[in-house]
Design a protein around this ligand. Structure first.
Ligand SMILES: *Cc1c(COP(=O)(O)O)cnc(C)c1O
Length: 515
């Protein structure tokens, strides 16, 4: 199979020549802080998109990936995809779609091994990553092994551990705030299997953990020591890596073909897509799906009370100078700087890196940037937007359950609520980003008439997360709990250690683990 030659460029035009796909995966971020995007966005015809429904999911993914610029052969890609989308998912459709109400199609993105949407990207990225290391080794560009360092507020850490577990040439170490994650999240990480994994509770909050991990990345001397003594290079595999975005494009194209095959859409009919948004990765993937040729109408960007994106889409002004982060029942959307927006601005300005550089520099120095009228109009042509308050999101969970018997998690409920308010004119696909059992406390609250943030009864607080989910399941006539969550209380806790949430604490832990 002929190798494709084009590569990956960066949004701030700091690189002189494009990177290959495997280089882009390993580097993650461009020098100068820009994000990597494919030089050319591929096109698929409507027929090509619709015929995807005849294939199993892994083959749909291979077909779509092969349309992009990679320095891997179609054969290699097909083999990798068979590894990524296999029985690690608990539904062979991988991303099943449920029509919860007429014209409202919920795409369940949480059938992966940790019941979180992050699995969709983090089951794939590590497979690319190991492959990319092999390719770059053959090319003589790389001789080290990689240590993935992650600071997590809960969900991403587990999904990253499960993705990198026993992957060649990599180790992974995760820091979470000790006492600052839910019982379920703690047990998911503390029971993690695998020979190349380590988990520690940082003695501090999430910010302390994140600052310490960032500080470790920036400590030149420490990084030199790791290279010298252990032949190890640090990497973050974070959410701006192109290897995390690419697998997210697949399920939107796949969903369109599936809805046509199921008779829910006519071929060519427009579909709106609503995504509960944090870092702008998932919804940007839907934009790329549209750019590739999927007949998408509006993209609906749903926010929680951290409504910076809603305000930006309405006004063209991205302003966090006076905004404080609000803690909500949808914690994975509690984000003020949506990193992937930079890619969207790059695309909507016709790839104008000087504008992007200016805006990103304003954001870092003034905590604010304002786009020109043309870019604002382009955003509004593509996007509808809205936000849900904490109370609205939790009420939505109860209402949809009572009306339709379907249980939403608090993130998906934000999207559902925003769709209801927007009153879409055509069929809409709602991205469901978590199973309800990952957020049992708030689901219990709303089903039992307890307000968002209010104290739970002591007999409920005494339950483990698993027991609480069993109680919710009883209350809802036997709603099923994914096996990986249901069995958590019976697994051995492998990782219960803590360390200082400081640079010295993180570096000490890394050095001790590497031996
Ligand atoms: C990460 C996450 C989101 C936000 O996705 P982005 O790609 O960051 O916009 C929404 N819901 C859940 C449950 C998540 O884990």
């Amino acid at each position: 199979m002929a190798e494709k030659t084009n590569g990956y460029i960066d949004t701030r035009a700091a690189m002189e020549s494009p990177l290959s796909f495997t280089q882009a995966i390993i580097k993650g971020l461009a020098p100068g802080g820009g994000l990597l995007v494919p030089e050319r966005i591929p096109k698929l015809s409507l027929d090509e998109i619709i015929s995807l429904s005849e294939l199993p999911y892994h083959a749909r993914a291979a077909r779509i990936f092969s349309a992009f610029e990679t320095n891997l052969s179609d054969d290699e890609i097909a083999k990798l995809m068979e590894i990524v989308y296999a029985d690690n998912f608990d539904d062979e459709r991988i991303t099943p779609i449920v029509e919860v109400e007429p014209g409202k199609h919920v795409m369940e993105l949480w059938h992966g091994p940790t019941s979180a949407f992050k699995d969709m990207a983090l089951q794939c990225l590590p497979v690319f990553f190991s492959k990319a290391i092999e390719v770059e080794r053959e090319n003589g560009n790389c001789s080290e092994d990689f240590l993935i360092l992650v600071a997590t507020s809960g969900d991403t850490g587990k999904a990253a551990l499960e993705g990198f577990k026993d992957r060649a040439h990599t180790k992974i170490m995760v820091f979470y705030p000790h006492g600052g994650v839910s019982d379920i999240q703690f047990k998911q990480m503390a029971t993690q299997a695998g020979g190349n994994v380590f988990v520690l509770g940082g003695l501090g909050d999430f910010d302390d953990c994140q600052t310490s991990v960032k500080g470790t990345f920036n400590d030149v001397e420490f990084n030199e020591r790791l290279a010298r003594e252990h032949n190890v290079k640090l990497s973050s595999a974070n959410s701006i890596n192109w290897g995390r975005l690419l697998p997210q494009i697949v399920y939107y194209i796949s969903a369109y073909s599936q809805l046509v095959a199921d008779g829910a859409l006519k071929a060519g009919e427009l579909l709106d897509i609503c995504v509960p948004t944090g870092n702008f990765g998932n919804i940007l993937a839907a934009w790329y799906a549209k750019a590739i040729g999927t007949p998408v109408g509006k993209l609906i960007c749903a926010s929680n009370e951290n409504r910076v994106l809603t305000d930006f889409i309405q006004s063209g002004i991205y302003d966090i100078s006076e905004r404080e982060l609000i803690l909500t029942p949808s914690p994975s959307m509690d984000i003020l700087v949506s990193s992937n927006l930079e890619r969207q601005l790059f695309e909507l300005t016709g790839r104008d890196s000087s504008k992007v550089r200016q805006w990103m520099s304003d954001l870092s120095t003034k905590k604010r940037f304002e786009v020109d009228d043309e870019t604002r109009s382009k955003m509004q042509e593509n996007y509808l937007c809205g936000y849900a308050t904490n109370a609205e999101a939790l009420t939505t969970i109860r209402e949809v359950y009572e009306r339709d018997g379907y249980l939403l998690d608090p993130h998906t409920a934000v999207a559902w609520n925003v769709v209801e308010k927007a009153g879409p004119e055509r069929p809409v696909l709602i991205a469901s980003t978590a199973h309800w059992a990952k957020f049992g406390y708030d689901v219990y609250r709303t089903l039992n008439g307890i307000e968002a943030g209010a104290e739970l009864p002591s007999e409920v607080l005494e339950l483990t997360g698993v027991q609480l989910n069993e109680l919710i399941s009883e209350q809802t006539g036997g709603k099923s709990i994914p096996a990986n969550l249901a069995m958590l209380d019976s697994l051995e806790l492998r990782f219960t250690g803590t360390c200082e949430a400081s640079i010295a604490g993180v570096e000490g832990a890394v050095a001790t683990w590497l031996g």
